[in-house]
Design a protein around this ligand. Structure first.
Ligand code: KG4
Ligand code: ZN
Length: 387
C-alpha cells in the first residue's frame, strides 16, 4: 500500500511517499527555522503563511523524487492535530482536496502517534516484493509490543505504555514545560538561537570534547553546575520549569564568574573549567542537558521495568539528542531491553511518519470523511488502565 503523507503542524512543511508504512520512496521537508530564528521562536501567523507558499512545491518534489504517478498511490493522509491551527489547515486542506480529486481514501493523522511510528520507518529505499495484506503485519526490524514510548517534542513530554498497535496508556506527562520547550527556552537564555535542542547539544559537545582532549572526564562538564532535577517520586510525571529558572539565575551570574568574581559553591567547578579554556555557556549547556537526560532516562527505565517490556521506543524532536540516546542505551542494555529511535532526520517533523501511522490505520479499514476539521489540542487516544 502506497500512502502520500502530508505534514504541516508547525514550522515544517513535509510531503512523503511511503510503502507499507515502512519503506520511504521520498520524504521532502522544508524547514522555516531560519525565518523563526530571527524571533527566537515560532510565530504562528508567519508559520501558516509560509506553509501556504511552500506546500505545493514540496508536494511536487516528493512525487517527482518517488518517480510515481497518481495511479500508484493508494491513499492520502495529512496531520489534523495537535499543532498550530493555521498551519494544520494548510496541509489538511491540500490532503483532502487531493483525495477528492483522485478519488482516494483519506485519513487524518494524529501528529504524536506519527512521531511514534517514525520507529517503523527504514532509511533505505528497498521495497519488499509483495504488498499483499498478509505482509502488512509484523516485519523483521519492527518494534515489538508491548513497549514503552517516551515522546519528547517541542510541545509534549509523555511516557506511554503501548500494549499493541493503536493502544496508548498514559503513564506520565510534563506538568509544565515540554522537554523540547525547555531546550528552546534555555538556548534563548544562553543566546544560542532557535531551535534550541541542536544548539545546546552542539555547545555541550564542545565542552565535553575539550575535556576529553585534556584527558579529563566528560562528567566534569556535565556536573560543572549543580542543577535541580524534579524527580517527582512515585509517579512518571516530569517537570522542567525549576531547571529552567535555575538556568536563568546561573546564566545571569555566569559572565561575572568567568573572570573569577562571585564564585559560589554552585559555580566553582564551572569556573575552574572555564579557566581551562572552555566557555561557560558550553559548560552550562552540558550541565543542563545532563539534568534533562538524567530524569528522562531514569523514569523511562523505571517504567520499562514496571511494565516488564522488552522494547522502548523514543519519539519526537528531542529523540534526536545523542546524550539522551546514549544514556537510555546505558540504562536499558543491562536489563536486555531493546531501545529503538528514528534516524535523526525522522525524529523532527516530517511527512514519512504521517504516512507510516496512516498505513497502520488504513490497513484496519479506517478512514476519515472529507469534513474532518483540524484539532489543535488533540492528544493521543489514551485508554484507561483497566480497558
Ligand atoms: O517533534 P518536533 O520536531 O516538533 C514538535 O512536534 O514539537 O520537536 C521539536 C523540538 C524542539 O524543541 C527542538 O529544540 C527539539 O525538538 N530538538 C532537540 C534536538 N533536535 C531537536 N532537542 C534536543 N536535542 C536535539 N538534538
Ligand atoms: Zn512533532
Amino acid at each position: 500500500m502506497l500512502v502520500l503523507g502530508i505534514e504541516s503542524s508547525c514550522d515544517e512543511t513535509g510531503a512523503a511517499l511511503v510503502k507499507d508504512g515502512r519503506y520511504i520512496l521520498s520524504n521532502v521537508v522544508a524547514s522555516q527555522t531560519e525565518i523563526h530564528n530571527r524571533y527566537g521562536g515560532v510565530v504562528p501567523e508567519v508559520a501558516s503563511r509560509q506553509q501556504l507558499t511552500t506546500i505545493l512545491p514540496v508536494l511536487e518534489m516528493a512525487l517527482e523524487q518517488a518517480g510515481c504517478s497518481w495511479e500508484k498511490i493508494d491513499a492520502v493522509a495529512a496531520t489534523y492535530g495537535p499543532g498550530l491551527a493555521g498551519s494544520l489547515l494548510v496541509g489538511l486542506t491540500v490532503g483532502k482536496t487531493l483525495a477528492l480529486a483522485h478519488t482516494l481514501p483519506f485519513l487524518g493523522v494524529n501528529h504524536l502517534e506519527a512521531h511514534i511510528y517514525a520507529n517503523w520507518l527504514r532509511q533505505e529505499n528497498t521495497l519488499i516484493a509483495s504488498s499483499t495484506p498478509e505482509h502488512w503485519g509484523y516485519q523483521e526490524g519492527d518494534p515489538v509490543f508491548p513497549l514503552i514510548c517516551l515522546i519528547v517534542s517541542g510541545a509534549h513530554s509523555e511516557l506511554v505504555f503501548v500494549p499493541e498497535h493503536g493502544h496508548y496508556q498514559l503513564l506520565g506527562r510534563t506538568r509544565d514545560d515540554a522537554a523540547g520547550e525547555a531546550f528552546d527556552k534555555v538556548a534563548r537564555i544562553l543566546g544560542l538561537g532557535y531551535p534550541g535542542g541542536p544548539a545546546i547539544q552542539k555547545a555541550a559537545q564542545r565542552a565535553e570534547e575539550e575535556l576529553l582532549h585534556q584527558q579529563k572526564s566528560v562528567a566534569q562538564a556535565r556536573n560543572s553546575y549543580r542543577l535541580p532535577r524534579a524527580w517527582l517520586r512515585g509517579c512518571y510525571d516530569f517537570s522542567f520549569s525549576g531547571l529552567k529558572t535555575a538556568m536563568l539565575h546561573l546564566a545571569e551570574g555566569a559572565t561575572e564568574s568567568n573572570d573569577g568574581k562571585q564564585v559560589s559553591q554552585y559555580t566553582r567547578m564551572g569556573v575552574q573549567a572555564a579557566q581551562q579554556g572552555i566557555p561557560n555557556v558550553a559548560l552550562l549547556a552540558s550541565s543542563f542537558q545532563e539534568a534533562i537526560v538524567d530524569v528522562l532516562a531514569v523514569k523511562t527505565r523505571l517504567a520499562a521495568q514496571e511494565y516488564r517490556v522488552k522494547q522502548v521506543v523514543l519519539a519526537g524532536g528531542v529523540a534526536a539528542n545523542t546524550s539522551l540516546r546514549a544514556r537510555l542505551q546505558q540504562e536499558l542494555s543491562p536489563l536486555h531491553i531493546h531501545l529503538s529511535f528514528p534516524a535523526v532526520s525522522l525524529c523532527t517533523d516530517n511527512a514519512a511518519m504521517i504516512a507510516s501511522a496512516a498505513f497502520f490505520h488504513l490497513s484496519l479499514g479506517e478512514q476519515h470523511g472529507l469534513d474532518l476539521d483540524v484539532q489543535p489540542g488533540l492528544s493521543l487516544p489514551f485508554i484507561k488502565k483497566s480497558e
